[in-house]
Ligand binder design. Sequence first.
Ligand SMILES: Nc1ncnc2c1ncn2[C@@H]1O[C@H](COP(=O)(O)OP(=O)(O)OP(=O)(O)O)[C@@H](O)[C@H]1O
Ligand SMILES: [Mg+2]
Length: 475
Amino acid sequence: MNITKIITKYTNSSQSNNNNATLEQNNAAQVIQKHTRIYLKKKGILSNNLLSKYKTLCIARPKELFKYMPRATTGATKVFLPKDFPKVIFKQSGKASGEIRLRIMQKVRDILTRQKSSCLIIPKAIRFGDFLVEDRLPINTDSFHNMALYISHTKLFDDAVREMTKLFSENYLTDLITYCSRQHLGHILGVGNSVRYDNLPLFIVESHGIKKGAIGLIDLEHLSERQDNTTLKTLVRIFPYHLNIIKQEADSLKMIYDNKELEEVATQGRKYLQLGYTDFLNWLQIKGISNNPKNWKFEINRNREKEFRDLIELELIKLNQGINDLYKRDSNYHAGSQISKYYLKEDIVHSARELSYKITPAILNDIVNVINESLISKIEKYSRKIVSIPDEATIVALRSLSIMRAKFFWSAGEILDETDLINHEKCSGFIEKNRIAEQLFHIIFEKLVDYREIFYYDPGYNSRSITFQSNWIRF
Ligand SMILES: Nc1ncnc2c1ncn2[C@@H]1O[C@H](COP(=O)(O)OP(=O)(O)OP(=O)(O)O)[C@@H](O)[C@H]1O
Ligand SMILES: [Mg+2]
């Protein structure tokens, strides 16, 4: 059923018409409407001629429609992006939380009006039942998209960052930086956290031919009135190239900060943008990666197979002595881990060599197949959004894959489980064999990075739960 039919079905048919209205009545109505529009604009209340349709949908909540409606991929709240109403989003926040959100939005809007801010955009909104209907901002919450925007249009964001500093001198947002261990971008050495662009998306607006950087304040739920020493650090972490502007603004607002701390955070912020985005983009350009994802295929230079075999042979001999570096790398494995020893059958070197002949090609094949499978499925997902040639940020996003680690050494684990080159009583259990296989895969992968066949590999060991551990592979 199409959306118009659904709305008609749910709309009360007994709406009055105003055929009998006199000319004066119409004029009076126009004046009232004009004033109402001005009032609503000031109050940030969404108002347009589709309002009654939104209301019908939000109150009736037809399952058949919401079930198939496109949704935002970020954030905990369900946010619907109806195709038929491209100017708004439906945020299913619930009644109470919706009211709180509206109140905070109004509070911040009042501050911004007083501060004469023009680059920080709070969408106009209205609540119908469980839903907030909000202006849809022209944003993309993908991290790489926002990093690219900031790196390549830094100056355009001068005013927006000044305004953010001013806003933060009164109220600041506490959920813009995260230490969530599942965020691979947060694992960059020496940085250790990532930016929640899904709560602070950047975009560029153009008016009368002049461009300026804007920031969408779409999630104000975590607003704090208290100043603490993270207030300015948060801003510097997100906008490190604006360190001086933030400090100037903070000085004029008499905000207190520790200069050294801010410098350190700015270094982290710059590193995040450099390693998380710029270095990888440069690497892709040097490699001559085409901008047509349909031509992409991950391959490994097979001339190195003998070298990899030798590495695996040596590592197997080391593992046989009960030395598995995996246990050093991953704190999850420490507690109560029983490490097997001396399981290779005599002659040990011969067994290790024979095993390396089987395991090395299996791991290399798994790596190539798993990466290509994951790449194809990511490209397919994106291809719905990519209209023509993907931009640089999209290429960076497409070639940064998060893949469940176990997939890479599945075959190696099976070979270890079935081989008669090891004494299974001394190396019991599939888990232990998997850990051996994981270490073997790891040393090959590190070499692929050394040989620049892969740009970066984060084993994701910081993640608390082993089940969720996945490799971050950028190639
Ligand atoms: N006005 C808007 N215009 C466009 N997209 C929006 C808008 N509001 C929300 N979104 C999209 O929906 C996502 C979730 O919205 P929001 O951040 O408000 O939800 P949330 O549940 O409060 O998030 P969190 O998990 O941070 O608490 C955003 O990251 C963004 O992608
Ligand atoms: Mg959010």
